[in-house]
Design a protein. Structure first.
Length: 275
């Protein structure tokens, strides 16, 4: 265990405090300006509002269609997370516990997704989805997000599954358990912390993404929450007071999700560090 001197602890706490400020100040300013008028944002962007305007939230909700954006984002993010967890855990289980030809190649090939961002392949992705008539559809977004998040999920889950003793699988196999039963009833329960990390990180990534909905969604009724809020960006003027209100409503679910499952997230990260 690493022991720090008093001076070292002061430096660490100072750096952590600075990091917290860098992260929290933008959120604080966003919420602060979401309660101001357009004129006050331009005149006093860093001050507290002289008159709190909660009606900005109701206007943003109605004009941007926040309710529809919530529904579409929940469908896309929720379905994507389920697909990511199922596909990644099965793939990681096969790579970790089975020996077959091409096993190492498959793992390295999947890890290339961490090195090359999917945005670099946006043109081939667009052509592929267009050929399958999946542009301007939520199902097309689900396929993209599932495939994009698989490399990180496989990398994380494989490290956890490697720590599951092979003796447990062998004992279950002797008792007549099938490979699917071993995967479902033995392996998955033992890697729940890793599954929670994959689920939370994937949900936040999908929920907050703006790039893919902007490219593939043209119908406002299918817009995700981030795309719906972009309505306040005008060609000549931006409605900053409604934009900040819409952004606050957009990020609120992910913040609430993390607060609710922060214990599982920290537990998973701690176990991963110990491994």
């Amino acid at each position: 265990m690493l022991k720090l001197s008093l001076f070292g602890k002061i430096i660490v706490y100072f750096l952590l405090a600075v990091y917290c400020l860098v992260i929290l100040v933008p959120f604080f300013m966003m919420i602060l300006n979401s309660l101001k008028s357009m004129r006050e944002i331009y005149l006093q962007p860093f001050s507290f509002p002289s008159k709190v305007m909660f009606e900005n939230y109701s206007k943003a909700w109605q004009q941007a269609g926040i309710g529809t954006g919530y529904k579409n984002s929940l469908i896309v993010a929720g379905t994507s997370v389920i697909g990511i967890v199922i596909v990644s855990s099965m793939f990681a289980y096969a790579i970790s516990k089975y020996t077959f030809k091409g096993r190492r190649f498959l793992f390295i090939y999947s890890m290339l997704g961490l090195a090359f961002p999917a945005r670099l392949a946006i043109i081939p992705i667009f052509i592929l989805l267009r050929n399958f008539h999946l542009t301007n559809s939520l199902f097309g977004l689900i396929l993209i997000y599932t495939s994009v998040n698989i490399p990180f999920s496989v990398f994380l889950l494989k490290n956890f599954i490697d720590g599951v003793p092979n003796e447990l699988s062998e004992a279950a196999r002797i008792d007549g358990a099938s490979p699917m039963q071993i995967y479902w009833k033995i392996v998955l329960p033992l890697v729940k912390p890793a599954l929670s990390i994959v689920s939370i990180v994937s949900f936040v990534n999908v929920w907050n993404d703006f790039f893919f909905p902007l490219i593939f969604i043209t119908d406002r009724s299918k817009a995700t929450i981030t795309l719906a809020v972009s309505i306040f960006f005008g060609e000549y003027v931006n409605q900053w007071h409604l934009l900040f209100s819409g952004l606050t409503l957009a990020v609120a679910p992910t913040i609430i999700l993390f607060l609710l499952f922060s214990r599982q997230f920290i537990t998973g990260m701690t176990q991963g560090a110990i491994k």
